[in-house]
Design a protein around this ligand. Sequence first.
Ligand code: PBG
Length: 321
Amino acid sequence: MRRNRRDAWNRRLVAENRLSADDLIWPVFVVEGQNQRQPVPSMPDVERLSIDRLGDAVGEAKDLGIPAVAVFPYVDAALKSSDCLEAVNPENLVCRAVRAVKAAHPDIGILCDVALDPFNSDGHDGLVRDGLVVNDETVEVLCRQALVQAEAGCDVAAPSDMMDGRVGAIRSALDDAGHQHVRIMSYAAKYATAFYGPFREAVGSAGALKGDKKTYQMDTANSDEALREVALDIDEGADMVMVKPGLPCLDIVRRVKDTFGVPTFAYNVSGEYAMLKAASAQGWLEYDKVMMEALLAFKRAGADGVLTYAAVEAARLLKET
Ligand code: PBG
């Protein structure tokens, strides 16, 4: 076995998987104001950018060959409410950011999360009634949210809320409004994990959230259930499916890809990013190496692409080599 490992040229020749910038989706955080670059303490080297700064950042990603970005808003607490009306405001921060990015860079793809948590004073992805996250009422608001995002120029609606039936409902709503071309990447198998912690700091939803998301996000004990979730979303019209979190769920990525053969993505989430950054800051890990190794592992597990906060770092390294 070692003969084929002897030389770098030979290792390159027999490599089964390869990471390219084409595989990356870069999640970005946007904040109100002018000339803002706010560091996110639990996510070293990640910043919330104001809209005027976002264009340049996205431009760099595009120039590095990254096909798409995902826009996440840090919403002022004063705009959060229990009816989440700001989520359906065509002038909200996400919609303005999407319009600005589209205008500056028409040929990079833009994903938007469809979920209520950034706008919800209750911190949940759905509407809370009598202490419960209600499904069907939430789906109605999600449809309206997807529509304002599509009208702003969003290319891919990415429902991340884990309500039942939302993919089919969003698909119909988009089609009825003339947005047949807007794709749906569903967070199909999304687990209730503690690895999302830093993200909730980044979007400012951590303080609002009471309790956990276990009544709608999946139990981390389950794997067959992920296949049922994915099957439903494909049936309802999802164009691409996602598994989340990423590294703790490489087994799920592989099962989904093998079972359905559809475009399959993994979300290398905030906690996974923070782990590598934190250990590297201590000098315990070599960041560039562990990060690239982790991203390649997604490809080996069968993912077509990865949402990762390290997308720009990875694309820069890929360009150098
Ligand atoms: C919100 C959402 C979350 C993430 C993406 N969209 C967090 C959550 O469900 O609580 C997590 C991303 C990350 O941790 O990097 N619907």
